[in-house]
Design a protein around this ligand. Sequence first.
Ligand code: KIV
Ligand code: ZN
Length: 521
Amino acid sequence: MTQAAPKQDHVLIFDTTLRDGEQSPGATMSHTEKLEIASLLDEMGVDIIEAGFPIASEGDFQAVSEIAKNSRNSVICGLARANLTDIDRCWEAVKHAARPRIHTFIGTSPLHRDITALDQDAMIARIHDTVSHARNLCDDVQWSPMDATRTEHDYLCRVVETAIKAGATTINIPDTVGYTYPRESAELIAMLLERVPGADQIIFATHCHNDLGMATANSLAAVEAGARQIECTINGLGERAGNTALEEVVMALRVRNDILPYRTGIDTTKIMGISRMVAAVSGFPVQFNKAVVGKNAFAHESGIHQDGMLKNKETFEIMRPEDVGLAATNLVMGKHSGRAALRAKLSELGYELGDNQLKDVFVRFKALADRKKEVYDDDLIALMAEASLADEDAYLQIKRLRVICGTEGPQEAELTLSIGGTEKFVDATGDGPVDATFNAVRMLFPHDARLELYQVHAVTEGTDAQATVSVRLTLDGIVFSGQSSDTDTVVASAKAYVNALNRMVLHSHRGNLSALMSSAS
Ligand code: KIV
Ligand code: ZN
């Protein structure tokens, strides 16, 4: 049997960071980044990885195929609309996996039926034909009625029954627009289990978006009513306000096992590491007070809290930092710290490195420690994010940057940029050092993208703190994010800008590179 089936007291975790998560405006990930994240998800015990939407682009197809080939334990799933071409393409990509799954869907609510111009009966016929086709290719077929929570109950029962009869082994009930409420989410699953013939033979999944901030509560309510698969993403990444966050449902099931007596197969100590990795590659930093993975999730500021923590940690913590892979201490590292200490520290922080990776990170660590007396946990996390973003094959690479600034303007930036392997130099001025630097980048690599966001955060305290800079660009309605950290804010800014441009180049390579260059170039 190749399908993922939960044991009696288990809930399957279906991660869609690489599909629904990547659909977040600006969260485009490179091929290598997707492979790396898939490998971490597999390692942490995710039951099903939705690796992408193979028909969407050649890049998506290649990523899903490669992830399928490299998969070890997880089921590898691809998404397909309700047509035979999509489904065939999806199968071509996932078939390499030891345990492949095809996930096909169609919008079933009145609003979506209008868009597809299918009446109720025509849609039933389409569901029957497409699910049967998928099932002829693959033993493991998931079917979703998109916008299920706004579909008439009688019709929802009919479509679900049709998909089960056509061979679907998992029925996913999406709250596509984050509209449902926990009690309603539970009642919907209970209603389907009660009314649909064959419902006891398949697995019900819940897929919740977070538009009203209720995604996690809605997912858990669905489990209480009988759903045995939760669809989620790391850090809750996803369309609009995002999806149910993996770390939240997994830790809720663990901490409140008295109420929800179900387990997952997730190694929770890997949570922090993968959360940081996804934040770095997606360009979506985790908000400080985010449940489980936020920087402040285990920080205690007030005297009463600190006093309580010193006497008994359970006074103000319902889970231990180490349960999610966070170091219990904040041991400071410095330029005298050796390779073994760095490896141990990174392991405490949730990063397990091979010898070659450690060698590279150690060089970066030494360079940072030379500039910064004390290297804190957060500095190392920023350094790891930086290392995961560094791509020696990137189209644009900063070779040298020298900036002149002060009270007398205009400020000046001398920049050497490697563009597709050729080094170019320019001396530009601007209204401040960052403006001068960005002008220099634009002079060497003219483009039509608009700068939508420029944000600076200090990683730690002190005047020698590293700055993390986030940049967001848009071109033809598509968003490209970049992020970088450095003790020099202007260098971090330049690297973040170039990082966003490299994502734009990556995207246009799927299409046409010259299309993104401005007419001035
Ligand atoms: O939110 C949604 O409805 C989806 C479907 C494709 C499952 O992501
Ligand atoms: Zn979704």
